[in-house]
Design a protein around this ligand. Structure first.
Ligand code: PMP
Length: 364
């Protein structure tokens, strides 16, 4: 028996998605396709692989704290000033820092909505912040007006995932401006933009292009999806400069490792890989939307690299049948959406195989 903080006693272990190797072994399959974790369908960029190999011999050195070279490159790409940028070990680290540094334990609250990314609830519990989860309607529209109403003088932040995981729905810049305009002073509007590169056209969806017009906007972005670096763990926040400076002082040093920084710099350089990823994703989500609709599924319109659907048979049955045929998708029971499945765009060949096997299952 170990005594830990009471909040820690009843945490359930994090259950990561199934791996290709697990399914190969379980069903004796040679080929398994994984479309479950929203990873990049093109794999790792060749320029990134070269950068990692080139810098491997420097791994005995500490990285530069706060990754200043990467900050400069991100600021140029995002069109904001360097003092707004905070780089982290995945955007998960920035989320964790925001909860620990902005909220006052036992006093502050955080406003979010149902069926969203599990990290927010987990961080709220860990930091003893009240988690206000706004209900959603049947179509799972982002309940921005109700979120504004739920915020009060103790609200540390309001979190909107846009494009949303797992629905793929996105809030427009206009919607987000209205929300930002009515929030209490000192309450952050945190827009988790993990999938923003796939929203099209980007200027309709990301408030970062008008960053100077917002006083309390925080945008969270990641290299895990469009840039294909999920395994290296690099993400960043775009924050009001004063907040970024305060958070830098209180953060753990060196969380972004030296090879991850080099890889992220190379990923920003590799415009060919980035553009090919976008092309593939846009085409793939359109294909999924048409085909899933043809197969009788309810499909949510996606601005992301995945599509959420409700099959005409029970989602767990469909998920298990797909696994046996060597396709890993994501059933959404853990998001509170037990009748739905999320599938991310793969290569064109993977997408066609998925649809064909799903069709066999639904017609079987
Ligand atoms: N936010 C959302 C909405 C996500 O889906 C994810 C990845 N699953 C993250 C943040 C975390 O991304 P990262 O890999 O940068 O930690």
């Amino acid at each position: 028996d170990f005594s830990v903080r009471p909040e820690i006693q009843d945490f359930a272990p994090y259950v990561p998605g199934l791996t290709i190797e697990q399914i190969q072994e379980r069903y004796g399959l040679n080929t398994v396709i994984k479309l479950a974790s929203n990873e990049n369908p093109l794999g790792t960029s060749p320029l990134v692989q070269k950068a990692i190999a080139k810098n491997a011999a420097r791994a005995f050195r500490y990285p530069e704290n706060h990754s200043p070279r990467l900050v400069k490159a991100i600021a140029q790409t995002a069109g904001v000033s360097e003092d707004c940028i905070l780089v982290g070990n995945g955007s998960d680290e920035i989320i964790d820092m925001l909860f620990r540094m902005k909220g006052i334990p036992g006093k502050s609250n955080v406003v979010c909505y149902e069926n969203s990314f599990a990290m927010y609830r987990m961080c709220a519990k860990l930091t003893d912040l009240e988690y206000r989860e706004i209900p959603r309607d049947d179509d799972l529209e982002l309940p921005l007006a109700a979120m504004a109403e739920a915020a009060d003088e103790n609200t540390a932040m309001v979190i909107v995932t846009s494009p949303d995981n797992p629905t793929g729905l996105a809030a427009t810049v206009d919607d987000l401006s209205v929300l930002a305009g009515v929030l209490p002073k000192d309450c952050l509007l945190v827009v988790d933009e993990a999938y923003i590169e796939f929203a099209w056209p980007p200027e309709s969806y990301s408030p970062v292009q008008a960053f100077d017009l917002f006083e309390n906007l925080v945008a969270l972005r990641t290299f895990s999806k469009a840039y294909g670096l999920a395994g290296l763990r690099v993400g960043y926040g775009i924050l009001p400069p004063k907040l970024a400076a305060l958070m830098k002082n209180a953060r753990i040093p060196f969380t972004v490792n030296l090879l991850a920084e080099e890889a992220a710099l190379a990923a920003l350089e590799d415009e060919v890989f980035f553009n090919e990823t976008l092309q593939l994703v846009m085409h793939g989500r359109e294909y999924f939307t048409e085909e899933l609709t043809r197969l009788g599924c309810k499909v949510w319109p996606s601005q992301s690299n995945f599509v959420m659907f409700e099959p005409p048979k029970p989602a767990q049955t469909v998920f298990k049948a797909l696994l046996k045929k060597g396709i890993i998708v994501r059933p959404l029971g853990s998001f509170g959406l037990g009748t739905c499945i999320r599938v991310n765009v793969g290569t064109n060949a993977e997408n066609t195989t998925f649809i064909k096997k799903l069709e066999d299952i639904l017609n079987g």
